[in-house]
Design a protein around this ligand. Structure first.
Ligand code: HSE
Length: 327
């Protein structure tokens, strides 16, 4: 049985969840993959995080190069978050023959073409399912299972933190600050929650979705966006009286002339629409394809284990491919 060595950069929420799943479900994953694996190195400066996940301190790398240029690492999970140094680390890992998996939407959206080209040039795999929708397999769904379709429209609830805040403010009448704090404690929010509440995180994810669904890369900074900081309890109550809720909706559509329109903004949704039932940290991606019609992907969009589930799914896909010599 082939054995793969995996390294994880960052043992934060997602890196930690990934490590825990790889450890807990080792035998099941190896059986389904048809290959064995071990996590041999971790990049993490927090001794507390290392101890919390029961990582043997001797596995902690001295620096990133100890992983990125090592001959004995097959796959690198980049879970540091942020654009740099994460992007530089991923490129270096690929240039050194390693396949890469990342949940890092900011880095993927910022350097979508460069990361893909570098993977192709170096004959390695690059997967980023966890970057959109946490544990929901929407990227594989769109780019593999639904690849026969010409997509005309995407509606998404792509940010768990803002959906959690709008749900709790709308249903329980709680204050914005109080619920944001809770979302941070639960590990949903970004290190700087401005990225969540201003719609930056959702724009990163919509950029990735559009690249896959419409074969057109739109940089996240070119996506018009309005966050949720201006949404008041009063507006949520008034919407409720009209039979609606307010959600931060990421929308993209192909226009008749072939160009794309897209934006992120708080939007009133009638309670009868399937997206109205997507609450708390749950996300949904609702796509319209010319053959399949309407499809909604739904599940937990944030959190250690849901997002780790998608990372490990990508690792399994890569190990299966590498086992058969497929690049
Ligand atoms: N901060 C992100 C969210 C984490 O709330 O959706 C998952 O990408």
């Amino acid at each position: 049985m082939k054995k793969f060595n995996i390294a994880i950069l960052g043992l934060g929420t997602v890196g930690g969840g990934t490590y825990d799943i790889l450890k807990k479900n080792h035998d099941l994953i190896a059986r389904r993959t048809g290959a064995d694996y071990q996590v041999t190195r971790i990049l993490e400066i927090s001794d507390k995080a290392v101890a919390a996940h029961g990582v043997d301190p001797s596995m902690v790398a001295a620096d990133a190069d100890d992983i990125l240029t090592a001959d004995d690492i097959d796959i690198v999970v980049e879970a540091l978050g942020g654009i740099e140094p994460a992007t530089g680390f991923m490129l270096k890992a690929m240039e050194n023959g390693k396949s890469v998996v990342t949940p890092n939407k900011a880095a993927v959206a910022a350097s979508y073409k460069k990361l893909g080209e570098t993977a192709r040039e170096n004959g390695v795999h690059f997967r980023f399912e966890a970057s959109v929708g946490g544990g929901i397999p929407c990227l594989a769904g769109i780019s593999e299972s639904l690849a026969a379709n010409e997509f005309s429209e995407i509606h998404g609830i792509l940010n768990g933190t803002t959906n959690y805040i709008l749900t709790k403010m709308g249903e329980d009448g709680r204050s914005y600050d109080d619920v944001l704090k809770e979302a941070q404690e639960k590990g949903f929010a970004e290190a700087d929650p401005t990225a969540d509440v201003e719609g930056i995180d959702a724009a990163n994810k919509l950029s990735i979705l559009m690249a896959l669904a419409f074969d057109q890369y739109i940089p996240p900074m070119d996506i018009p966006r309005t966050g949720i900081t201006g949404v008041t309890g009063e507006q949520l109550r008034a919407a409720r009286e009209r039979g609606c809720c307010i959600k931060l909706i990421a929308h993209a559509a192909r226009k008749e002339d072939g160009s794309l329109s897209c934006d992120i903004r708080p939007t009133e949704i009638p309670f009868s629409h399937p997206l109205a039932g997507v609450n708390n940290e749950f996300n949904a991606v609702y796509v319209t394809g010319d053959a399949v019609g309407e499809v909604m992907f739904y599940g937990k969009g944030a959190g250690a284990l849901p997002t780790g589930s998608a990372v490990v799914g990508d690792l399994i896909a890569i190990m299966k491919q590498l086992s058969t010599g497929c690049r």
